[in-house]
Write a protein that binds this ligand. Structure first.
Ligand SMILES: Cc1cc2nc3c(=O)[nH]c(=O)nc-3n(C[C@H](O)[C@H](O)[C@H](O)COP(=O)(O)OP(=O)(O)OC[C@H]3O[C@@H](n4cnc5c(N)ncnc54)[C@H](O)[C@@H]3O)c2cc1C
Length: 357
């Protein structure tokens, strides 16, 4: 039995480790474009106030997984899924490879969402979605620090990540202006009262918050970049933080059912009975994406138990591979989301009411 996993985030790594714990002899191969190891994505938004972040963010070097008999192909880009012969195409060190799977686990996570009007300006701004992004941002910022200057940043987006990044850059001593399209911050997660509290905390940290801002375009002006709303303002650096986009492209090309994410049933099975998806990339039958660490770990542990036969043995003798349409008739215990909450990592902010997740 050959299990192949695409992605080395919390979804892919937690699944691989749990499966290895439950089955000593299954071949497990994890393919990822990452080079640096398995890292904590939530810690990205503490990437400026913590000097040692590029080291401390690494939760596990890939060699630790290899010691656990998990094959890791790092620096490897999966370019296609070939469902007919159950293989994936990989580009590694400019060489094309094919890898056979019996079960394929899609855990490619999500990219930063770039609103269409901003796409022509991609060279003018940063995102903060991966360790590669963080390193690029830190290098850019270091250029200013080397000249005893603190850069002035524009952050576009007052959601969870935009607020966290604004707060951390301000904590690191930079000047920050936060543009948000809506009339209050983190309006999806927080009640009005907590949005007002958050605004207060950010303003007290010297973040300039501009609400109701429809950003129209970005303009390069020498070594500055301008943000045009009703007025135009100049900044040293620009970060777009407008949400995330599940990486559905490989699945789409392979003809799997997708919508906002890759569609799965309550057993995390895609429309192909040999392919499963979990984490940021998976869309459950209720249309929800569970893009937080706690439910993703729960999915990973559940799926490892399910595919290794642990759950099935306990509850039912039905075969694992059952297509979406016949799922309703099954009696195997499905994955159900755990009760969880989240917390914005904004320095000095505690919400009074529960978050909407
Ligand atoms: C700045 C930030 C702060 C956050 N803070 C929190 C928080 O405080 N609490 C919380 O619960 N959640 C937080 N989140 C969300 C959380 O980090 C994600 O939900 C979680 O990391 C998703 O894990 P994943 O394994 O599904 O995907 P990812 O972590 O995105 O991992 C996917 C992996 O797949 C690889 N990959 C993708 N495509 C390919 C390909 N074609 N070939 C090879 N490799 C590929 C990627 O390189 C990546 O390593 C935060 C996210 C961000 C960006």
């Amino acid at each position: 039995m050959q299990i192949v996993i695409i992605g080395s985030g919390v979804a892919g790594v937690s699944f691989a480790e749990k499966y290895r714990m439950l089955s000593a002899d299954t071949e497990i191969t994890l393919v990822t474009r990452e080079h640096d190891g398995y890292y904590s994505r939530p810690l990205l938004s503490r990437g400026f106030s913590r000097a040692d972040i590029e080291q401390s963010i690494i939760l596990k070097p890939f060699d630790k997984l290899r010691e656990n008999n998990i094959h890791v192909l790092g620096g490897a880009e999966v370019t296609a899924i070939n469902r007919a012969d159950k293989s994936i195409a990989i580009l590694v060190s400019s060489q094309e490879k094919q890898l056979h799977y019996d079960k394929l686990i899609l855990a490619q996570g999500s990219a930063a969402f770039i609103p269409p009007p901003f796409r022509p300006y991609e060279k003018l701004f940063f995102c903060l979605n991966s360790l590669v992004d963080l390193k690029a941002l830190r290098q850019f910022r270091q250029g200013f620090l080397n000249q005893n200057q603190q850069p002035h940043w524009a952050i576009i987006g007052g959601g969870l990540i935009g607020c966290e990044v604004a707060s951390d850059l301000a904590a690191a001593g930079d000047k920050v202006t936060l543009f948000h399209a809506m009339d209050r911050l983190m309006e999806r997660q927080l009640v009005d009262e907590d949005s007002a509290l958050l605004l207060n905390v950010l303003q007290n940290a010297d973040v300039k918050v501009l609400l109701n801002q429809a950003v129209q375009e970005f303009i390069q002006a020498g070594d500055k970049v301008c943000v045009r709303t009703e007025v135009t303002a100049k900044f040293d650096g620009l970060i777009v933080a407008c949400g995330f986009k599940p990486r559905t492209e490989l699945a789409q090309l392979a003809g799997l059912e997708t919508d906002r994410g890759i569609k799965v049933n309550q057993y995390l099975q895609t429309s192909d009975e040999s392919i499963y998806a979990l984490g940021d990339v998976a869309e459950l039958p209720n249309g929800k994406l569970y893009a937080f660490i706690l439910p993703i770990r729960s999915q990973a542990l559940w799926l490892a138990e399910f595919l290794s036969g642990q759950k099935q043995n306990r509850i039912s003798s039905l075969p694992i591979a059952t297509t979406l349409t016949s799922m309703d008739q099954r009696e195997v215990e499905a994955w159900t989301p755990p009760i969880f909450t989240t917390k914005a990592k904004v320095h000095g902010f505690e919400a009074v009411h529960p978050y909407n997740v």
